[in-house]
Design a protein around this ligand. Structure first.
Ligand SMILES: [Ca+2]
Length: 492
């Protein structure tokens, strides 16, 4: 008892001396963060996640508050309390039409400076998600050997060109695979390319005006060192179905430090320039940091002019980094890991890239027509996650986020596809089809205002999907790398 009494005496003395000398009773000051709230939802979809407001007392003393929302769609919990505290703000979009709604959260404290505080809250309700169409896969023809690319020549012939990894390009003409390959680099006395894994003959692209030009472009990994080669070949005089393997003109060579991640896609954009997908050079995790390095062509999408008459090529005068110190002028976009397949929407000119992930996340990247210069994030990010896994708070400023991601519980490696612009199946109009190499799953995404609708459209396909492809009519195809079959995506 004696000890306790002594303690109480000391506390009373200390309290009296402190209060009387230097600490006047402060006026409570109501302080809240953030100063405004914005919510975005889609009509008919789930409510956006709730947000929080911190209520603090910057002036000392006691602060009691009473919070309230003032609209039918806005609610606040708890509705009263003492600072410091956290207020949760929720919105309910059920029954709301599309549009923008303005409201406010009001926090009041009797006797506090700065009371009441009104925090504006904005709710934007977008269009409802559209149901994506059902699809089925219609087997067309088999017999290809390790097909990796499907395209057309844009020459009115209706021919479909199928690239086989070992070095051949086959022609499918009126449903029949022609016996003689269009191009055969696999049977040369002096082999030119190395094939297997992620190497080989990886794509072909026909320039605008091919009908009169009679030449085309290929991308392959050369046998000496695995470097990427972009080369021009000519069609034989007198036979439009056979090209001359001796006609090669090399356009561009890019050294590859490792055998994997070669990119490999060539495609002419609506601007008539040649776009080239380059992987980060390989290994894992981009050990040379090529994706983010402006001084290498690795880990980039390139844009060059191979049709101006300047040999081997010219850099387009409006490439996005021409005035940026340290950037190679051919760079159109950076931050790519392995953009194995990309394509242009023939209806809009928009660009879609399937960028293969490292170990966790696969992604689809998007570029509105004509707008280059994006940094798609690798290796700061893998898909929508900071990289390496577990990294917190990576700097996402100036990075273009993917428009769709899936993790490795759904597959292993994304294969970019095409936007359907054919006339046979109106319900498929505007859907971008893509899939996964390992799981064979096929998804569709379609732009819906500022949002993207998406759906898993085919599961358990048993396909090993190395590529999609498009014919002159806008039909979209998919291959099975494992058994050499070409299938058409149709409306059931
Ligand atoms: Ca990315």
């Amino acid at each position: 008892m004696r000890i306790l009494g002594t303690f109480i005496s000391l506390l009373v003395i200390a309290g009296c001396s402190g209060g009387s000398s230097s600490s006047p009773v402060s006026t409570p000051v109501l302080s809240v963060t953030p100063g405004s709230l914005a919510f975005t939802g889609q009509s008919g979809n789930a409510n956006p996640a709730s947000r929080t407001i911190s209520v603090t007392n910057a002036g000392g003393g006691t602060l009691l508050w009473t919070a309230s929302g003032n609209t039918t769609w806005l609610s606040v919990t708890p509705t009263s309390g003492a600072a410091p505290s956290t207020v949760s703000v929720s919105v309910d979009i059920s029954g709301l039409a599309t549009g923008t709604y303005n409201g406010a959260v009001t926090i009041t404290s009797t006797g506090a400076t700065g009371s009441p505080k009104s925090i504006p809250a904005t709710l934007t309700v977008g269009s409802p998600p559209a149901a994506l169409p059902q699809i089925s896969l219609s087997p067309l023809v088999g017999g290809f050997v390790l097909p990796v690319h499907v395209t057309h020549a844009g020459d009115g012939s209706g021919r479909i060109f199928v690239v086989e990894q070992a070095g051949r390009i086959r022609i499918l003409d009126n449903g029949v695979v022609l016996p003689v390959p269009f191009l055969d680099l696999a049977s040369l006395a002096s082999p030119r390319l190395v094939s297997g894994g992620e190497q080989g003959l990886l794509s072909v692209a026909f320039p605008p005006g091919f009908t009169t030009k009679h030449y085309f472009y290929v991308n392959y990994t050369r046998i000496q060192d695995g470097a990427t080669v972009v080369a021009r070949y000519r069609v034989s005089i007198g036979d439009n179905n056979v090209a001359d393997p001796a006609s090669e003109e090399i356009i561009l060579t890019v050294s590859q430090p490792f055998a994997n991640h070669n990119g490999g896609q060539l495609a002419f954009g609506p601007d008539g320039y040649l776009y080239i997908g380059m992987g980060d050079g390989g290994s894992g995790g981009d050990p040379q940091n090529n994706g983010q390095s402006p001084g290498t062509l690795l880990g980039k999408l390139l844009r060059i002019d191979v049709e101006s008459g300047v040999q081997p090529y010219r850099v387009p005068p409006d490439n996005p980094f021409l005035l940026s110190a340290g950037y190679l002028p051919e760079i159109w976009a950076l931050g790519l890991r392995n953009p194995w397949r990309f394509s242009f929407d023939r209806g809009t000119g928009d660009l879609y890239i399937g960028d293969v992930g490292q170990g966790n996340v696969e992604e689809i990247d998007f570029q509105p027509a004509g707008e280059g210069g994006q940094n798609y994030g690798w290796n700061i990010m893998e898909g929508d996650s900071c990289y390496p896994p577990g990294t917190v708070g990576c700097n996402r400023a100036d990075l273009a986020p993917p428009v769709f991601v899936y993790d490795h519980s759904h597959g292993c490696s994304v294969t970019g596809g095409h936007v359907y612009r054919g006339s046979a199946f109106p319900s498929l109009q505007g859907v971008y089809f893509f899939g996964d190499l390992c799981s064979g799953r096929i998804w569709g995404i379609r732009k819906n205002g500022a949002a993207w609708d998406n759906a898993l459209l085919a599961e358990n396909t048993a396909l090993t999907i190395t590529t999609f492809g498009e014919d002159e009519s806008g039909n979209v195809y998919v291959v099975n790398y494992a058994n050499g079959e070409l299938l058409r995506i149709v409306s059931p």
